[in-house]
Design a protein. Structure first.
Length: 317
């Protein structure tokens, strides 16, 4: 009887800690490779296995644009990005980058890359970054207005981020190094070191705060201007990887997602966890896992995520 009661209470508290989303929308039942939510929660950019890249208008619950990256409709896009002002989007394959104007749906840039691509970010003015497997980062402007290759890393660059004005870049690699640098010149500004391979970096829109997390569960926030430590995320487990991160609530908090269905909200000043949610899997899915591709806080009262299950989910704070 004791064991039965114990199992009941454990199940109750486990469920209470992982409430279902207040609102869920299936954006696609196709296999997905990447997805990005706009900062205001108005758009979702999804790379599908068989139907190209889709830009969803979430306010209209419909596909606004259907983009083909490459020669066929079978997408090879494995990373996507939307500028914080929703003016531009970027799609990335292993060997090429496409930049898109969200107002017209037209391509405003296409680049063939010199090495295997790893990740992409795009600024509000269309300035794009691509992290590469050879340890470099390409800094690219729309309509071929400029190109710089940053050579500050010695190993594969797994994650990149860029400020809204396109002037400051953040990159993290396999060697545990996080580098802050100027996109116009490639000049290094700051450098930090974590204990193992970096999985995710993020910059606040104004470039004042830098975030990075590695594969062993070390994650920290720094002041970009001085390299001073702001906080370390209070992670009380052996390992936690981050698949996405975004500063929210006027940069006082940071939202993160993991490859294991989790969404976290943290306090920037202290690194303490505020809330935790778990994304769902669709009833017809044979895959019981879900990668959280992107997170955002569309209103002060809500948090949204999009996952590899093709689900857009929203929770009330």
């Amino acid at each position: 009887m004791y064991r039965v009661l114990l199992m009941f209470f454990c199940s109750f508290f486990l469920f209470a800690c992982h409430p279902n989303a207040d609102h869920s929308v299936v954006l696609t039942s196709d296999a997905t490779y990447s997805a990005t939510l706009s900062q205001d929660g108005q758009y979702a950019l999804i790379s599908t296995a068989n139907n190209g890249v889709q830009l969803w208008s979430l306010t209209e619950n419909s596909i606004k644009y259907h983009w083909i990256h490459g020669a066929t409709n079978s997408s090879n896009v494995f990373d996507t990005a939307i500028a914080n002002n929703s003016a531009y989007a970027a799609t990335l394959s292993s060997d090429s980058l496409a930049l898109w104007d969200l107002a017209t749906g037209q391509s405003v840039g296409w680049w063939t890359l010199p090495s295997y691509a790893q990740s992409v970010a795009v600024a509000s003015n269309g300035h794009a970054l691509v992290g590469l497997a050879d340890g470099s980062v390409m800094s690219l402007k729309p309509n071929n207005q400029g190109l710089i290759q940053f050579l500050g890393h010695q190993e594969k660059v797994n994650s990149v981020a860029i400020s809204d004005d396109g002037l400051v870049a953040l990159s993290g690699g396999n060697d545990g190094q996080i580098r802050l640098w100027q996109t116009q010149t490639g000049q290094p500004l700051q450098q930090w070191q974590l204990s193992s391979r970096i999985t995710k970096v993020a910059l606040s829109g104004d470039g004042k705060l830098s975030f990075a997390g590695d594969i062993t569960g070390n994650a920290a926030i720094w002041l970009s201007s001085t390299s001073e430590s702001v906080s370390k995320l209070a992670i009380y487990r052996r390992q936690m990887n981050f698949s996405t991160a975004r500063f929210v609530n006027k940069n006082t908090q940071i939202l993160t997602g993991t490859p294991s269905k989790e969404v976290f909200l943290w306090q920037v000043s202290s690194g303490e966890r505020i809330k935790r949610w778990q994304v769902q899997v669709t009833k017809n899915s044979q895959n019981r896992g879900a990668v959280v591709y992107s997170v955002t806080q569309p209103t002060p009262q809500t948090v949204s995520s999009v996952s590899s299950q093709g689900l857009l989910e929203t929770w009330q704070l």
